[in-house]
Design a protein around this ligand. Structure first.
Ligand SMILES: NC(=O)c1ccc[n+]([C@@H]2O[C@H](COP(=O)([O-])OP(=O)(O)OC[C@H]3O[C@@H](n4cnc5c(N)ncnc54)[C@H](OP(=O)(O)O)[C@@H]3O)[C@@H](O)[C@H]2O)c1
Length: 360
């Protein structure tokens, strides 16, 4: 007799109440989809905020994962037993099968990748959302050359054009700094807490500034002057802080009049562009203050360019690219939910969190 499979995970219901489920319902993959036994799921602020801020509920929580393929369509490039990672679709009406904070998940084949030996499972589970967001900013919004592509003599040559990464110790920032370095961007200016400066210099920062210093804007502008720039031409807010003098405002204060400004969250200042982790399908959301749903159209070519950067990061993981710190949570589903709420409400500080499955 076949052993019964149990599914334990985290969900949000139609009343926007977050909770834990334990049942025997194993998700069913559609055509071109993989059924995966989850070994680690990666935590992101979006796991909670997409429900509370963007109207994506009811659903099961989580986007990032690492696991083993237990069912693949016939003719698939993937095989049963493959170690895979990736992320799953978002948007209003998101089916429960795509939640990654559960023992078994479904992922469209095109959103998964085979994990090589050089990429540890817990790191693989935390990689795709933040790396794809950084890649969308760098390669599609700033239009920088992909890692490893020579820029010598090309109009896209960005050597000598400063890039500012505000809050470079966010996970998006850690990805952005390493991708920018691999693309030949120089100089790279970053803001972060002073205790991160040595690490960020090692990863590729040319100049580090303390975002808590009252003179941070003047300090950045003084360095830009040495490079004959009045303001920075490429400016990336990787924090998206909502309160006080926000991170985007700080970034705008350092930028030239014709700068390309990017922030990880929607900004009232219409000069800012926003990168997205998922750009290969239309995404339908509700935005606070807007009475109707909005659909963000797919950018399929952009998605492919970001995927190329992700593939470079995967191939070079551990040598030219890494997530610096990944903590692993192991334990009760209820406690995992508390961790996600802390991450969404006030942040966990530096580094990523991978949740080990099955949850108890
Ligand atoms: N658009 C998208 O598709 C997308 C995708 C992923 C994430 N996001 C957004 O991107 C942002 C970053 O997410 P994440 O997961 O990368 O963050 P994270 O790893 O949780 O960031 C933690 C770090 O944030 C830094 N930080 C906190 N407040 C700061 C401030 N006021 N100024 C500068 N740095 C500050 C701290 O740096 P220090 O240690 O240096 O103090 C801390 O180490 C979030 O707003 C998230 O919602 C958007």
């Amino acid at each position: 007799m076949a052993t019964k499979l149990y599914n334990v995970g985290l969900n949000v219901d139609e009343n926007l109440t977050f909770g834990v489920f334990r049942d025997e319902n194993i998700p069913t993959p559609g055509d071109d989809e993989l059924l995966i036994e989850t070994l680690y799921s990666g935590a992101n602020p979006a796991d909670i905020k997409h429900s509370t801020h963007l109207g994506i509920y009811p659903t099961r929580l989580g986007y990032d994962f690492f696991g083993k393929v237990i069912k693949a369509p016939s003719g698939s490039a993937f095989h049963v037993g493959d170690s895979v990672a990736g992320y799953t679709p978002t948007g209003i009406g998101r089916p429960a099968k795509y939640g990654t904070h559960q023992s078994y998940l479904v992922c469209p084949e095109k959103m998964a990748f085979v994990v090589p030996e050089n990429l540890p499972p817990d790191h693989a589970a935390c990689l795709k959302v933040v790396a794809m967001t950084a890649a969308d900013a760098l390669y599609n919004l700033f239009k920088l050359p992909l890692p490893g592509k020579s820029t010598q003599g090309l109009p896209g040559n960005i050597t000598g054009k400063p890039l500012l990464i505000w809050g470079a110790s966010t996970s998006v920032g850690i990805c952005a700094i390493q991708l920018a370095k691999a693309s030949g961007v120089f100089p790279i200016l970053v803001s972060a807490s002073s205790e991160r400066h040595a690490l960020l210099s090692e990863l590729g920062a040319t100049y580090c500034f303390d975002y808590k210093s009252p003179s941070v804007i003047e300090d950045i502008k003084a360095v830009l002057k040495n490079w004959d720039f009045d303001g920075v031409p490429y400016a990336f807010d990787t924090v998206g802080s909502p309160s006080g003098v926000g991170s985007a405002q700080m970034v705008a204060s350092c930028a030239s009049d014709d700068a390309i400004l990017v922030s990880v969250v929607v900004q009232k200042d219409r000069r800012f562009l926003m990168p997205l982790a998922v750009t290969d399908e239309d995404v339908t959301l509700r935005i606070p203050g807007v009475p109707h749903r909005i659909t963000i159209p797919a950018r399929k070519e952009d998605h492919q360019r970001a995927l190329n950067a992700l593939q470079w990061a995967v191939n070079n993981y551990g040598s030219q690219f890494r997530l610096v710190s990944v903590d692993v949570f192991k334990g009760r589903a209820e406690d995992a939910l508390v961790e996600l709420k802390i991450l969404a409400d006030k942040g966990r500080g530096f580094g990523k969190l991978a949740i080990m499955h099955p949850l108890q």
